[in-house]
Design a protein around this ligand. Structure first.
Ligand code: NDP
Length: 277
């Protein structure tokens, strides 16, 4: 991959950092980004300041990489965050829009800034960081899950548009991964007392699941595979997401029942409302 240039958003920690390092190891010239720029981390790659929610910031960083490296072969749209587990009505519309502004429109902004260049080049690859929650629902994280579902539809549509121009669009679908993601979850900004007990119990359960999650390096290995495959697939599930995909397609009732059972949704709601499940 010597001479190939990669731009990785959200490379200051977690999956983005592991991905950028893996790409450096494979011979890519890597530009990573963080809202804090070079101050974010001592890295084996150049770190640039970028806020994916700002059109001006996106234009500036893509222009900067093109000026310095002369090309972009690979864009990894990885920057993202969520709100801690909470009832959907416990987040204001403004907070819901903020999640979409980074997770979905951040990807759209970056993609639109890079595509004209890749189109002229006649080659390029765009990897969008989806999630298992982009193919299955996640109660009490509905907006985050919706933002990842949106990425699926966007990526698949765009791949059809760009394939004949030499540009491929791919979704990486990690399972729960041990990163600072949970520490960076926003507090819901419109808390409702009736959800208090459920919210506390689900957040506790979530931390247990994260502790048993995949290492970010496992996702980075899949990213490298998707970045270098001669004929990339549209979707790259990581770890248990492959099983989830199969169940979702062939036994969706098992996914429905499994989510309710794992999160003890019927028992919890019965306990807080006094209604028997
Ligand atoms: P981290 O919190 O470790 O990383 C998130 C990264 O996104 C940081 O580098 C952060 O950079 C960056 N970021 C956040 N907001 C912005 C913004 N507005 N502009 C630019 N950069 C931003 O979490 P993960 O590594 O876990 O998450 C990476 C991606 O993986 C996300 O898209 C997440 O949804 C997805 N994912 C995570 C899973 C998990 O279980 N951890 C599972 C499935 C998918 P900085 O704060 O320095 O600006």
């Amino acid at each position: 991959m010597n001479g190939k240039v990669a731009l990785v958003t959200g490379a200051s920690s977690g999956i983005g950092l592991a991905t950028a390092e893996r790409l450096v190891g494979a011979g890519f010239t890597v530009y990573g980004t963080s809202r804090r720029g070079a101050a974010a981390a001592k890295a084996a790659f150049e770190m640039l300041a970028l806020d994916v929610t700002s059109d001006a910031s996106v234009e500036a960083v893509v222009g900067d990489v093109l000026r310095r490296a002369g090309r972009i072969d690979l864009l990894v749209n990885n920057a993202g965050f969520g709100v801690g587990l909470a009832g959907d009505e416990e987040s204001s519309v403004a907070q819901a829009q903020a999640i979409f502004d980074t997770n979905f429109f951040g990807t759209v902004r970056m993609t639109r800034a890079v595509v004209p260049h890749m189109r002229r080049q006649g080659a390029g690859r765009i990897l969008n960081m989806g999630s298992g929650l982009g193919i299955a629902p996640m109660p009490y994280m509905a907006i985050y899950s919706a933002s990842k579902h949106a990425l699926e539809g966007y990526s698949e549509s765009l791949d059809h548009e760009l394939r004949t121009r030499g540009v491929r669009v791919v979704v990486i679908e990690p399972y729960v991964t041990k990163t600072p993601f949970d520490a960076n979850l926003l507090e819901p900004d419109a808390k409702i007392d009736a959800y208090e007990a459920t919210r506390a119990a689900l957040n506790k359960r979530y931390l247990e699941v994260v502790a048993a999650g995949d290492a970010p390096e496992a996702v980075a290995a899949v990213v490298l595979k998707a970045a270098t495959a001669a004929r990339p697939k549209l979707r790259y599930p990581v770890g248990r997401v492959s099983t989830l995909q199969l169940l979702r397609r062939f036994a969706p009732w098992l996914v429905d029942a499994g989510i309710r059972k794992d999160l003890r949704l019927d028992a919890r709601i019965a306990a807080s409302s006094g209604v028997k499940p």
